[in-house]
Design a binder for this molecule. Structure first.
Ligand SMILES: Nc1ccn([C@@H]2O[C@H](COP(=O)(O)OP(=O)(O)OP(=O)(O)O)[C@@H](O)[C@H]2O)c(=O)n1
Ligand SMILES: C[C@](O)(CO)[C@H](O)COP(=O)(O)O
Length: 241
């Protein structure tokens, strides 16, 4: 099988089943309109416009009535499935919903629907370096602020050393079966998993850190949405752009 054919099996899982509690409001943040389309569309485009990404499984909340019903995006096939109560449950459901063409040892991207500003350059770097790693890789940004540990009273207990501290971003890139097994093991152990790498680390793996752009931020609060709107406006893609 040619490298391109092997390469042809790269799909993404896009967890989009969150309720957006920290954002507030009635509309889950992945469906908030930015520049004329839902936030989710921006995240999907950042992935599916890349020539090496062949399709995506979008993981929806049970009862999601806002999903536009897209069967494809950027000319690539989309599938959907129903997620779970926690993000890790949704990712596990998405992995199970991937097409059979994605084999057990094929790499899969996992990317938050709430991260609309992934750059092609970062995705290139993640794929280039991550697919050369035996385990996989994540995009991450080095911590640049001084970090404080708070006490129960709201005062500062101590300053945490920030050397070699990174903020995990997405996409994260791991092999389909290995990641599924790692997520299942964490679930069965009752461990709250906040990113895919954490599940892999629990299995003793050391995923590669690939430095990504600071502006590949997650939209968690209204301020984050305003930041993304500003980014788009700067690019001339804002409302009416
Ligand atoms: N049970 C869940 C929880 C989250 N997500 C998705 O995981 C991504 C990152 O999660 P987060 O930013 O925490 O989104 P929410 O869970 O919606 O936010 P909150 O924690 O404020 O409710 C989002 O694209 C979200 O839709 C998911 O698919 N399934
Ligand atoms: C996966 C993630 O985006 C990496 O930083 C983050 O852990 C998601 O956290 P959330 O609380 O589910 O948004």
């Amino acid at each position: 099988m040619s490298p391109d054919q092997v390469r042809g099996r790269l799909w993404a899982v896009v967890p989009a089943a969150g309720r957006g509690a920290r954002f507030g409001g009635d509309v889950p943040k992945q469906y908030l309109d930015v520049a004329g389309e839902p936030l989710l569309a921006h995240a999907l485009r950042a992935l599916l416009a890349h020539p090496k990404v062949n399709g995506a499984v979008v993981v929806l909340a049970d009862g999601d009535e806002r999903w536009p019903g897209w069967a494809e995006f950027e000319g690539k096939p989309l599938r959907t499935c129903i997620g779970g109560d926690a993000r890790a449950d949704s990712v596990l459901a998405g992995l199970a919903a991937l097409p059979d063409e994605v084999r057990a040892d094929d790499f899969v991207l996992v990317h938050d629907a709430a991260r609309p500003n992934l750059s092609a350059a970062d995705l290139d770097q993640l794929l280039e370096r991550g697919r050369g790693d035996p385990v996989g890789a994540i995009l991450a940004a080095p911590v640049r602020d001084t970090l404080k540990r708070s006490g129960d009273d709201g005062g500062i207990d101590r300053t945490e050393p920030r050397e070699r501290l990174w903020r995990a971003l997405t996409p994260q890139l791991f092999r389909r079966l290995q990641l599924s097994r790692a997520l299942e093991a964490a679930r069965d152990a009752g461990i709250e998993i906040t990113d895919e790498s954490m599940a892999m680390e629990r299995q003793g793996h050391r995923p590669l850190l690939v430095e990504g752009a600071e502006d590949n931020f997650k939209v968690t609060t209204p301020a984050d949405l305003a930041r993304f709107e500003f980014v788009l406006a700067r690019r001339g893609l804002g409302a009416g752009g």
